[in-house]
Design a protein around this ligand. Structure first.
Ligand code: SF4
Length: 396
């Protein structure tokens, strides 16, 4: 991990307008009073960022390469609450003209006042959780917006001068078919947005849809969830069509036109330092010591909203050398370009590659990894089984 690349800031806003049936993330529908208390905690954590850095032996660089408000659905906050968060960011950090500043928005929650707040703060990029352009599919998992609302929000963002638009799609929603997926892909391509994310539906066993899939039932449309083979085919088709349209895959779930990859997410995959505040968020800071110039720390906030609001202190752990090696592999392999084995050797020593030779050889023989000119990368098949591949790199 290098530290000469400025900072990044992630803020988790765990509030949603409705709870999606497949999701068991620490997010939910809460009262506006609670929003206020939460925002006060976020302001406090942002204000304390320089003190936090000094307490753990990290140097504080106020220049932000990227800011990302995710969740949850940050756009459900009131404009005044967003303004308070943005003011705290500007009190403590400095934005550069090139800073990538992203806010996740659920279509239909972008009121004129919220949009004005984003513009005042200098937001340059909005990630829109469309999920599908077929209303029956998005409604089936609890989303309230329609295709028309998504199209309207894209037009409003562009009119306001925010052209850095990313659209999320989910492959594997209830009622999805090969034909309906072609329609969603055609819509997203026709919108000519610079960035698209495509996720294969992951249904948490503890979510309402997950429980219905296990126990049976029809309320959450479990009986219309596509089987795994269709979901995989939809994902593969998305890769094919988006690549052909010049929206090129650069990570398992992410596609971008030239120069529009998410800088913020690239920092995670490259293991560059960042601050992360809010429920279930964590910071990764470089905190070198004379005996350990590569020392990195993970500082994790509670994943419980109650505990977070009660002021539970974050958990601080030192990232061991072995963990750093593993992260370098499984985060780097998420990217289509993969990881450079020589760079890993130079950074961590020869054993960081030699220890994995056997595992790598097996995964190459299984067609899940490929080595080309010293770069190790997932094959298209490997992207479908990425968790199995990453598990082979876990030793700690
Ligand atoms: S999937 Fe996203 S929008 Fe839906 S409930 Fe979970 S966090 Fe909220």
């Amino acid at each position: 991990m290098t530290s000469d690349v400025h900072s990044a800031l992630y803020l988790s806003i765990p509030f949603c307008r409705t709870k999606c049936s497949f999701c068991n993330f620490a997010s939910g529908v809460y009262s506006r009073d609670l929003f206020d208390r939460y925002v006060a905690h976020i302001e406090h954590d942002i204000d304390r960022a320089p003190a936090l850095a000094s307490e753990v032996g990290a140097s504080f660089d106020p220049l932000l390469d990227s800011v990302y408000l995710g969740g949850g659905t940050p756009s459900v906050l009131a404009p005044g609450q967003l303004d308070r968060i943005f003011a705290a960011i500007l009190r403590v950090f400095k934005l550069l003209p090139t800073t990538e500043f992203t806010v996740e928005v659920a279509p239909g929650t972008l009121s004129d006042d919220v949009l004005a707040s984003l513009l005042r703060a200098g937001v340059s990029r909005v990630s829109l959780g469309a999920q599908s352009f077929v209303d029956r599919e998005s409604h089936s998992v609890g989303r309230l917006h329609s295709r028309d609302i998504t199209l309207r929000d894209v037009a409003r963002l562009r009119e306001a001068g925010i052209n850095g638009i990313s659209i999320d799609l989910i492959a594997g929603l209830p009622y999805q078919t090969a034909e309906s997926w072609e329609y969603s892909l055609a819509e997203v391509i026709a919108l000519a947005v610079p960035h698209v994310s495509v996720y294969m539906l992951e249904i948490d066993d503890e979510s309402r849809l997950g429980r219905e899939l296990i126990a049976g039932g029809t309320r959450y449309h479990a009986h219309h969830v596509p089987d795994d083979a269709l979901t995989v085919a939809l994902y593969e088709r998305a890769c094919e069509r988006l690549n052909a349209a010049g929206i090129v895959q650069y990570e398992i779930s992410n596609f971008a036109r030239e120069g529009h990859q998410s800088r913020h997410n690239l920092r995670y995959w490259h293991r560059l330092p960042y601050y992360g505040f809010g429920v279930d968020a964590h910071s990764m800071l470089s905190a070198p010591t004379p005996s350990d110039p590569d020392r990195a720390l993970r500082i994790a906030a509670s994943d419980s909203l109650d505990a977070f609001l009660a002021g539970a202190p974050p958990e601080i752990t030192i990232v061991s050398r072995q963990q750093a090696i593993e992260e370098t592999y499984f985060l780097g392999l998420r990217l289509n370009r993969g990881v450079e084995l020589l760079a890993i050797k130079e950074r961590f020593g020869i054993d960081a590659v030699d220890d994995y030779r056997e595992a790598i050889a097996t995964l190459v023989a299984d067609g899940l990894l490929a080595i080309e000119e010293g770069w190790l990368r997932l094959t298209p098949r490997g992207r479908l089984f990425s968790n199995e591949v990453f598990a082979a790199f876990l030793r700690a």
